[in-house]
Design a protein around this ligand. Structure first.
Ligand code: AMP
Length: 514
């Protein structure tokens, strides 16, 4: 069987002395041979602890070479890794570990006590200190965790490779299960499009609990290239980040548009040499065209790709952006064509394919789609539409239209569409209109229930000028670009819009702001 951990083994056999992972924040690096040896040791520790194929093992630590080694050690033991946000409250992380009943956790020593506190009355036994990892800047403890009673029927855990928990609409995170095969369907597609070589250096900007990390980690390591770790704090400091990208000679970058915008605005990028950079991938949210245009002026040489896909599908569509970005273009680029061995369909509310060019929900089936949510049989039944031919289509909840020949245009999330005075309002369209103002650097629009008008539309903006416009001026500007029923009721200015731990605009937080 084709497995994720074999990727490192094969590269280690081919290029033992080549640098596999580089950690610029700690000025350290590891070769393929050393990485492979450490991952073997972690696998042995896990086996000694009784971890069996099909088990789950948590990772609760900031990004480091030790963390990368840990996830390969877990895969080598035949288990699935469950990475959590090291910055999230211990209670949330413990909920995740209990939910999927991890057998063990590789945990940053600073987090051990917090986690223990969440397992009251149960012993989290420290099994190994993994001191071998210390030279690489990780202070990890391996804890054995008592098994938790399972709420639902047993899950088929054969060949699961990782479970990524995403925030669920119920407020409880839900675990997206991927197999080795579903991850490799995407990774193998990346090989054909990005043609990585051992000379490449891929960025690892996204945290490991975010699905962008799948491309980051496995694509370079499959090809004997180097993975450059960007830790949490460096990742949010545009000036230092811009410098590190240039100095490490990163050749392939991948992040959300929010981070790329920060780089353009505050990175002082004109002072650095980015001649090594050949690929820029972005995903996770719409890239406002004015910021993409500005980026391509600073980095004119690389190829740009818009990658789309919920965590549940890996990347399932892609679009290669032609440069230059026309000066008068304001419409975001399409999400493009199906990829990763997937097939897409635009469907109506009854899951019938709509007429070509009409809007509908994007459904995805094929190799890179998740197995399902961990232990949530009802959610699984809702998440998929099963066609007459038995194909399982994942319902993305995103509204798209086929812009021609299977090149999909993203319209918005289904839950970001509201009805106002009987008209359908797409909140993303209001944001695009706000971005047309030269002083707007960030814009996000939310809708809240309102007793008087049914729905209240609030716009939050980051405004570049010191002098803020009056409400009347703002409404006049909006009226030039939007029908009256789409003009926001309220406008607020923020220095920066709140972001999620995966570096996307945090709409849930915005809804709570005045
Ligand atoms: P996540 O599961 O956190 O990766 O979020 C997935 C959602 O992010 C998708 O359902 C889309 O709504 C949005 N998204 C992901 N990629 C893109 C993209 N390239 N353009 C626009 N929205 C995107």
């Amino acid at each position: 069987m084709h497995r994720l951990d074999h990727l490192v083994e094969r590269s280690a056999a081919r290029l033992p002395g080549h640098v596999a992972v580089e950690d610029p924040s700690r000025a350290t690096a590891i070769t393929y041979a050393a990485l492979n040896a450490i991952t073997d040791r972690i696998r042995d520790h896990l086996r000694a602890l009784g971890v069996q194929p099909g088990d789950r093992v948590g990772i609760y630590a900031p990004k480091s070479i030790g963390t990368v080694a840990s996830l390969f050690g877990i895969l080598k033991a035949g288990a699935a890794y469950v990475p959590v946000d090291p910055g999230a409250p211990p209670a949330r992380n413990a909920f995740i570990f209990k939910d999927c009943s991890v057998r063990a956790v590789l945990v940053d020593r600073k987090k051990v006590e917090g986690l223990r506190g969440e397992y009251e009355g149960q012993e989290l036994r420290e099994v190994a200190a993994l001191d071998d990892l210390l030279p690489y800047g990780a202070d990890l403890a391996l804890l054995s965790v008592p098994p938790q009673p399972m709420a639902g029927p047993p899950v088929d855990t054969d060949n699961l490779s990782y479970i990524l928990y995403t925030s669920g609409s119920t407020g409880k995170p839900k675990g997206v299960m991927h197999t080795h095969a579903s991850a490799l369907s995407f990774i193998d597609w990346c090989s054909t499009v990005f043609e990585p070589t051992p000379e490449d250096k891929f960025s690892s900007h996204a945290p490991f609990h975010f699905d962008l990390s799948i491309l980051d980690i496995y694509v370079p390591l499959k090809h004997g290239a180097t993975l450059v770790l960007i830790g949490e704090s460096l990742g949010k400091q545009p000036a230092q980040l811009a410098q590190v990208i240039a100095e490490t000679g990163i050749t392939a970058w991948y992040s959300t548009p929010s981070i790329l915008r920060l780089l353009v605005e505050f990175g002082k990028m004109e002072t650095h040499d980015y001649s090594a950079l050949r690929i820029v991938n972005f995903a996770g949210e719409v890239f406002p065209v004015k910021h993409l245009r500005a980026l391509t002026k600073i980095w004119p040489h690389p190829r740009y790709f818009n990658l789309y896909g919920p965590t549940e599908t890996n990347v399932c569509t892609y679009y290669a952006v032609d440069l230059p970005v026309p000066e008068d273009r304001t419409e975001p680029y399409p999400i493009g064509w199906a990829c990763s061995g997937d097939e897409c369909m635009v469907a109506d509310f009854d899951y019938r394919e709509v007429a070509p060019g009409a809007e509908g929900e994007l459904l995805v089936t094929g190799g890179s789609v998740m197995r399902g949510y961990w232990n949530l049989p009802e959610r699984n039944a809702q998440a998929f539409h099963v066609g007459e031919d038995g194909k399982r289509w994942y319902k993305t909840g995103d509204v798209v239209r086929d812009g021609g020949g299977g090149c999909y245009v993203f319209v918005g999330r289904r839950d970001r569409m509201v009805k106002r005075r009987g008209y359908r309002v797409e909140l993303g369209e209001i944001e695009s209109a706000l971005y047309k103002h030269p002083a707007v650097t960030e814009a996000a629009v939310v809708a809240l229930p309102d007793e008087q008008n049914g729905v209240l539309i609030k716009a939050f903006m980051n405004w570049m000028d010191d002098s803020k416009p009056s409400l009347i001026r703002l409404k006049q500007f909006c009226a030039k670009n939007l029908p009256l029923y789409m003009i926001p009721d309220r406008f607020s200015f923020l220095d920066t819009l709140p972001k999620t731990s995966t570096d996307k605009i945090d709409y849930q937080r915005l809804k709570t702001l005045p």
